[in-house]
Design a protein around this ligand. Structure first.
Ligand code: F6R
Length: 232
């Protein structure tokens, strides 16, 4: 594990974008796992800026999103599908046919999760971008998730729902998420964390007990994990 301590959110975002752009330049048809939430917004802004300056080309990039609410309409402002278009995919030259999302509109979520796992098995993720929840969740793998969990339907904790809800909108009770085991199968993981409220989760990852009650701790054994943080 490599821990890059940075001063603030801007430096975290800049460092992460430099690393990811370097990886995209090394492998044109790279497979990237993308996260949503507040944390990667600065990274995505930097990627868009670099794309506009022709410093990076997304035409070969393939993507898998980490998670999605369930149920949720794709065109709802709240879906992670629309978040990705608004903040990155709609602003760079990534091809629609190269994007993969968990579909929060399906009835048969079991088949949907099996489909996603099959796709990831065929095109293993080269670089996974991750944020972390205050309670140590990664993706929507809440405390209690096992080390070997795969893509599945999960119940969101009250805390996560509260954090992800707005004044006029309450986050759904459930979500589809890559499992901890799925995330760990990525060749490289870049975890971003900013702010004091993430300090406990990051400490737990770097030097605390590895256990189910804090899923981010499971990442410690990964062979190529980069943590970029101002929280620690
Ligand atoms: C997002 C995701 C979540 C977030 C986490 C932190 O796709 O899977 O695990 O990374 O909830 O959210 P923010 O970045 O909003 O603090």
């Amino acid at each position: 594990m490599k821990v890059i301590r940075v001063k603030n959110y801007e430096e975290m975002s800049r460092t992460a974008s430099e690393i990811l752009i370097g990886e995209i330049r090394k492998k044109k048809n790279i497979v990237v796992g993308f996260a949503t939430g507040r944390t990667p917004l600065g990274l995505y802004k930097n990627l868009v800026r670099a794309y506009r300056k022709r410093e990076v080309d997304f035409s070969g990039v393939r993507s898998f999103n980490l998670d999605e609410y369930y149920p949720v309409a794709k065109n709802s402002r709240r879906s992670f599908f629309s978040y990705m278009f608004r903040n990155l995919f709609g602003l760079v030259n990534i091809k629609e046919g190269n994007m993969n999302f968990l579909d929060g509109e399906v009835r048969d979520w079991r088949a949907e999760c099996a489909r996603y796992e099959g796709l990831i098995r065929k095109s293993p993720i080269d670089v996974q971008i991750l944020g972390v929840g205050v309670n140590g969740h990664i993706g929507f793998n809440e405390p209690g998730s096992s080390f070997s969990s795969r893509t599945r339907l999960v119940e969101l904790s009250d805390e996560t729902r509260r954090q992800n809800s707005g004044i006029f909108w309450r986050a759904p009770k459930q979500a589809l998420t890559m499992g901890v085991g799925t995330i760990l199968s990525a060749k490289k993981i870049i975890l971003l964390a900013s702010g004091r409220e993430k300090m406990k989760a990051v400490e737990r990852l770097v030097k605390g007990k590895i256990s189910k009650d804090c899923p981010v701790s499971f990442l410690r054994g990964h062979k190529d994990l980069v943590v970029v943080t101002d929280s620690f």
